[in-house]
Design a protein around this ligand. Structure first.
Ligand code: OAD
Length: 252
């Protein structure tokens, strides 16, 4: 598929000293990771993810919530980064001050080679105690029910951010700093409905950055940024990097 991008985007990308990128579940969709607002399939079809991702859900049914995250962790481990993830890692090679802010907890950006990644919503492969909040090392991941914290006996939970919880302060500070200093902000594969992550492109825009949405379909940010490109990120992102910087082999 040939994609043509507006010349203003290509010029701004080539000239950018600092780029901030926000990604959401859509960037991992082509790796087989279900997004949050698509209908779930199989065993989980009757649950709304938003109702599983909360402290109240964990208190009410820790086994169910644990099993849902065990399922998502198994999917992430079996998944491979897609061309969209690799294109973002390539962009970081081209523009060293690139900060990849992700709402995803699947670790696929790291596996694709991105280094400056800010995980706003935590990571599926880390755990902490639901009572004292301290990190817990889990070597063998029990799939059926949450294990107990070796220190205090509390239930162990995944180290991800749930609805109603604050973002990790350091990650948020890093995300905000990158958003404020960038000249170009790319917002990719997110419905733009979960705050405060969804505020970042608007903050960048208010600070004068050129803001671009790349999404499969219009979401909450439609019409609010400088440019909206609709299509699969696994196709658009590699095409964008090639349009701005040429084929990897030709520029070494
Ligand atoms: P959503 O499921 O809300 O949105 C996914 C977005 O990706 C939608 O806008 C889709 O159109 C788009 N999309 C799907 N396939 C795509 C593709 N191949 N290429 C490009 N875009 C594609 O996921 P998020 O916006 O990430 O938070 O959700 C934000 C947060 O809400 C999540 O981090 C999670 C969730 O509840 C917590 O768990 C706290």
């Amino acid at each position: 598929m040939t994609v043509t991008f507006p010349s203003e985007l290509i010029e701004r990308l080539r000239a950018a000293q600092s780029v901030a990128i926000l990604t959401g579940a859509g960037v991992s969709a082509e790796s087989g990771m279900p997004t949050f607002r698509d209908a779930q399939t199989g065993l989980w079809a009757r649950y709304d993810p938003a109702e599983l991702a909360s402290p109240a859900a964990f208190r009410a049914n820790p086994v169910l919530v644990w099993q849902w995250y065990a399922y998502r962790r198994a999917l992430a481990e079996a998944a491979a980064p897609n061309p969209g993830h690799y294109a973002l890692a390539e962009l970081e090679q081209r523009i060293p001050d690139t900060t990849l802010i992700t709402q995803n907890v699947d670790g696929l950006h790291h596996r694709a080679g991105s280094r400056n990644v800010v995980e706003l919503h935590g990571n599926l492969t880390r755990y902490r105690c639901s009572d004292d909040g301290a990190p817990v090392e889990v070597t063998i991941v029990e799939k059926d029910a949450p294990p107990r914290c070796p220190r205090c006996g509390g239930l162990i939970r995944p180290d991800v951010v749930w609805f109603g919880e604050l973002l990790p302060q350091h990650a948020w500070n890093m995300a905000l700093a990158a958003t404020r200093r960038c000249s170009l902000f790319l917002c990719i594969g997110t419905s733009g409905v979960v705050r405060p992550a969804a505020d970042l492109p608007l903050i960048a825009q208010a600070d004068g950055a050129y803001t671009v949405e790349i999404n499969l379909a219009p979401g909450a940010l439609a019409g609010q940024l400088n440019l909206h490109l609709y299509g699969p990120s696994g196709t658009l992102l590699p095409a964008l990097v090639v349009a701005a910087f040429g084929e990897r082999s030709s520029i070494g």
